[in-house]
Design a protein around this ligand. Structure first.
Ligand code: FAD
Length: 473
């Protein structure tokens, strides 16, 4: 979610007005962040085990053991000697309950780094515990860049692969589609290698594995020659944004939109490769405080809900176009100084703008109290069995609300619209689907279950959420 790109020129006015009202009426209530108060428990080895929560704070658990193996051998020993279920965790950036467990939580944070870079073959090995942000710099040293990236880069590589994490681009697939070969340990503590040619069923299941097949330790990825990017963002009317969506998608390497609920506006962001010689030397720094402006606007609207549409249009109408330039990984990786909860569904690319229009109309019609921008991205189809982009080009629509505001009513009103357009949820984001609904959406669902059972006959890698989404009792 690219919130820090949105510059509200009239934000100071809104901030001042919002701050006054909020101070008068809600001292200490809405966005205060409580320090972590839970000291955890004493685990079976006598050591303290800290509780876990995800990035947005909507998922929590108290594992009775936390393990961080130092190498593949140590991981295999852990698996061979396991006496209770194990859930793997990356950087905790999923909103769905993929990670929570009251038993063993296992992180590959010590298995990190980029190795065996082959600049001629445009390939490199990436350990699963590597943060996505650590990949770009390392590749750049060898004259390479990642092919694409999600809109943040703080996820662990293994976590990103588990849920088909994606960026945007008509001709660009998810991060899993860049994988050439993968190493994954099964529940018996055996290391398996897979690719499109070797153990190909495992490979097609592992590209969106949910941490349910085993522990991915490393992958060899395809890369691109190092490139620079130019990112241009501008505000247009909602109608223009929806009508020109396909044209803009076709004209740019990456294109995405941010629709502003209750407004008549939409932000377009186009990103393209650029020759470094064309980059101006006097780049303006983005102000970066759009979060505060939106937070204040949101608080203000809580007190003046009747003025919501006017206020949002007032702010959005003042947004100036902006252009940024940089190395590929500098432009891709956005910083997030705002916490939110998120639902994302991917609908077939050709009905994407229509679905987005219906969502925006529903928000207006039902007067849903949300102003958080809705992100919409085009992603190329793939052949990963449980990928939301399986065998179809997709249009991913992401709805957010501030982490400390109620998102449930909002998402409950929107989710049926996604179903109407044959939407498939992002596995790492909030949804209410269960196994029968997934089976109806994914023709290889049962094949995934078969491979899962071969990898893990006793359900070592399952938690309650996975049992219900995969239909395993
Ligand atoms: C601010 C924010 C921005 C985001 N932006 C995007 C975006 O642009 N595009 C997008 O598609 N998604 C996006 N997401 C969602 C995010 O990319 C996914 O939920 C991703 O899976 C999170 O990775 P993680 O490392 O945090 O994994 P976690 O959330 O910790 O775990 C996710 C899954 O990965 C499994 N896992 C972790 N490591 C391994 C391993 N080594 N082997 C096997 N399984 C493993 C876990 O068991 C779990 O099932 C965003 C999320 C946030 C909070």
């Amino acid at each position: 979610m690219n919130f820090d790109r949105i510059q509200l020129n009239r934000r100071n006015l809104l901030k001042a007005a919002g701050a006054g009202l909020v101070a008068a009426g809600t001292a200490g209530c809405s966005s205060s962040v409580k320090p972590q108060e839970n000291p955890g428990i004493i685990g079976k080895d006598g050591k303290r085990v800290l509780p876990w929560s995800n990035w947005s704070g909507n998922q929590h658990c108290q594992p009775n053991e936390r393990l961080v193996p130092r190498n593949e051998d140590e991981l295999l020993t852990i698996l061979r000697n396991a006496t209770q279920p194990i859930r793997s965790v990356g950087s905790g950036h999923s909103f769905s309950a993929l990670v929570p467990t009251d038993q063993t939580l296992l992180s590959l944070a010590r298995l990190r780094g980029v190795e065996n870079v082959d600049a001629d073959a445009l390939e490199a090995d990436v350990w699963a515990g590597t943060r996505l942000s650590q990949i770009g710099d390392k590749l750049w040293e060898h004259g390479l860049s990642t092919i694409n990236m999600s809109d943040i880069d703080t996820q662990a590589f293994g976590g990103a692969l588990a849920t088909s994490t994606h960026g945007t681009g008509k001709e660009l697939g998810t991060l899993s589609t860049h994988v050439k070969t993968l190493r994954i340990a099964n529940a018996a503590g055996e290391m398996l290698e897979c690719s499109a040619e070797q153990n190909s069923d495992l490979f097609h299941a592992a590209g969106n594995n949910l941490g349910a097949l085993g522990i991915v330790t490393k992958a060899r990825i395809r890369t691109d020659k190092a490139y620079y990017l130019k990112e241009h963002s501008w505000m247009m009317s909602e109608d223009e944004g929806l009508e020109r969506a396909e044209e803009l998608r076709d004209a740019h390497r990456h294109y995405e939109m941010y629709a502003l609920p209750h407004s008549d506006y939409m932000l377009g962001i186009a990103i393209d490769k650029i020759d470094p010689a064309e980059i101006p030397t006097d780049q303006a720094e983005p102000s970066g405080d759009a979060y505060e402006a939106f937070r204040m606007m949101s608080n203000l609207i809580d007190y003046m809900p009747f003025a919501r549409s006017w206020l949002v249009n007032f702010g959005a109408g003042g947004v100036e176009p902006e252009t940024r330039y940089g190395k590929s990984h500098e432009i891709f990786g956005n910083l997030r100084d705002i916490r939110f909860n998120e639902m994302e569904y991917t609908v077939p690319a050709e009905v994407g703008p229509q679905c987005l229009r219906e969502i925006l109309q529903t928000i207006k019609k039902q007067n849903i109290p949300v102003i958080f921008p809705i992100e919409a991205r085009y992603i190329k189809g793939d052949d990963v069995w449980l990928s939301p982009f399986y065998k179809r080009d997709g249009f991913a629509i992401s709805c957010h609300n501030f982490h400390d505001k109620d998102y449930k009513k909002y998402f409950a009103a929107i989710e049926p619209i996604f179903w109407k357009y044959d939407g498939r949820p992002h596995w790492g984001k909030i949804h209410t689907l269960k196994a029968a609904e997934f089976a109806a959406r994914y023709e290889r669902f049962n094949d995934f279950l078969r491979v899962r059972k071969e990898m893990d006959p006793q359900g070592l890698f399952l938690n309650d959420h996975l049992r219900s989404t995969l239909g395993i009792s």
